[in-house]
Design a protein around this ligand. Structure first.
Ligand SMILES: NC(=O)c1ccc[n+]([C@@H]2O[C@H](COP(=O)([O-])OP(=O)(O)OC[C@H]3O[C@@H](n4cnc5c(N)ncnc54)[C@H](O)[C@@H]3O)[C@@H](O)[C@H]2O)c1
Length: 432
């Protein structure tokens, strides 16, 4: 049987170049600099400042306003702008509400919100009221109510939001997206992603330790499903003919936390968070998605992505791929040739040699945001997706509190998901 799957393999072995249509959702237009856009940044921590630096490389962006609660962070932003030779921005600081003055500026077309996650939703709702296009750090919300508030503000004001998740713009993730598009894995039934981060206390500075203790370790829930799940949402075409229906979270004991409490004389409440939290999502298309939150133990850092279909499996953790047709049942093969074959045009053509991968994927994220904001069009992951992904943490919290009980995802799209640009192609062609 010279099946399509064998064809896929031969293609790689012969090194043939498959012609892939440009993937607009992932910013293939990013050299279109003719139209300018004015951007304001709210929150100039590590994320805000790194986005500022990348924005300053673009000819089509004026960063016109900067805001942070902490005046020292604003000064760092001002310095960064000055060093780039660009025009100075208006600055706002000193008060939790200072961002309102930034939002009142007519000349600001779009804002990036990179404040801590507990603060973002109120700022986003105010930005919608002010008619701004919003780039939102992940996760977008911390409670079910906040997710509904976000949708309500969008539907009242019409402003849009893009989730600034850069993982799905990674080179291998974009290649995987091309593989899904070319049906390389067949009928996909399972995805996996994880947040694996070694909490190495000795190399943890006080800022990071505080962040971890207050944000990540504060609840017995998957408080940070963001790493990977946005890509899984795009892969599974969430809210575009598919939908997240239910989830359930199980939690392990806290052996690692107890150990570091002992070793470092810390007083982390090991009762409040297990070492591994495993959430299983079931989708309307009968796929399962596992999100493993391993932010509380000593795993090596990884995103642990897996895609499994009727024809094949990609396991990013061990950099391997395997097809159902492979003769050697127990053997994986290296995924490198496949990732090269399906490399996305943006990386092939524009991937700058002098920019490290993590910067270039952020650059692509910003490009998708800018193109959507300029055209006032639906971004690759929009406000309904922000709510659907934002609700995972509070639902996981409820599930753990009820011994793993299944929780139902609200349908923030009010049924529109079923016909929303229903095909795979539309997911990838609808934006920028
Ligand atoms: N996309 C990614 O890959 C990625 C990676 C890491 C973190 N994040 C997300 O980005 C967020 C920001 O991360 P970070 O590392 O930059 O955090 P950070 O704590 O270093 O920075 C947050 C900044 O927001 C400021 N701030 C707080 N409240 C404010 C307000 N009301 N108005 C104006 N400024 C305010 C703080 O002073 C601080 O400078 C995190 O909450 C996280 O969820 C995303």
């Amino acid at each position: 049987m010279d099946s399509r799957r064998n064809f896929v393999k031969k293609g790689v072995l012969l090194g043939s170049v498959l012609s892939l249509s440009p993937d607009m959702a992932f910013g293939s237009n990013f050299l279109n600099f003719s139209e300018k856009i004015n951007i304001g940044i709210i929150g100039l921590g590590d994320q805000g400042l790194s986005m500022l630096s990348l924005l300053l490389n673009r000819k089509d962006v004026n960063v016109v306003a900067l805001c942070d609660l902490n005046v020292a962070r604003v000064e760092l932003g001002v310095e960064t702008l000055k060093n780039s030779g660009k025009k100075a921005a208006l600055t706002f600081s000193g008060d939790k509400q200072s961002y309102l003055d930034l939002l009142s500026l007519k000349e600001v077309d779009a804002v990036i919100i990179a404040t801590p996650h507990q603060t973002r939703i109120g700022i986003a709702i105010d930005a919608f009221s002010a008619g701004k296009f919003v780039g939102m750090e992940v996760p977008a919300a911390t409670s079910v109510e906040e997710c509904f508030d976000l949708i309500k503000a969008h539907e009242q004001n019409g402003s849009q939001m893009m989730i600034m998740d850069d993982l799905m713009f990674r080179r291998d993730m974009m290649a995987a997206m091309n593989m899904l598009k070319e049906n390389v894995f067949g009928d996909v039934f399972h995805f996996k992603c994880s947040y694996q981060r070694n909490q190495n206390i000795e190399s943890c500075d006080q800022h990071n330790l505080n962040n971890w203790v207050t944000n990540r370790h504060s609840k017995n829930a998957d408080v940070y499903p963001s790493s990977g799940i946005a890509a899984m949402a795009a892969f599974s075409e969430m809210n575009r003919g598919n939908r997240f229906e239910t989830l359930s979270t199980q939690v392990s004991k806290s052996a690692f936390l107890n150990q570091i409490n002992k070793d470092y004389e810390l007083h982390l409440n090991a009762e409040s968070s297990g070492d591994v939290l495993t959430t299983v999502i079931k989708t309307a298309n009968d796929q399962s998605i596992v999100i493993a939150y391993e932010g509380n133990n000593c795993s090596a850092q990884s995103i642990g992505i897996k895609i499994q279909g009727s024809l094949g499996t990609w396991d990013r953790q061990n950099q391997s791929i395997r097809f159902e047709s492979d003769a050697e049942i127990r053997k994986w093969e290296s995924a490198t040739a496949y990732l090269e074959k399906y490399d996305h045009e943006n990386w092939k053509v524009f991937g700058q040699k002098d920019m490290v991968e993590s910067h270039f994927m952020k650059h692509l994220t910003l490009d998708a945001f800018i193109q959507s904001a300029k055209g006032k069009i639906k971004p690759v992951l929009d406000v309904y997706d922000a709510a659907t992904l934002g609700v995972i943490a509070p639902l996981s919290d409820l599930s753990v509190a009820n011994d793993g009980a299944v929780q139902i995802f609200p349908d923030f799209t009010s049924g529109a998901w079923a016909n929303a640009n229903g095909t795979k192609e539309n997911l990838r062609l609808q934006t920028v």
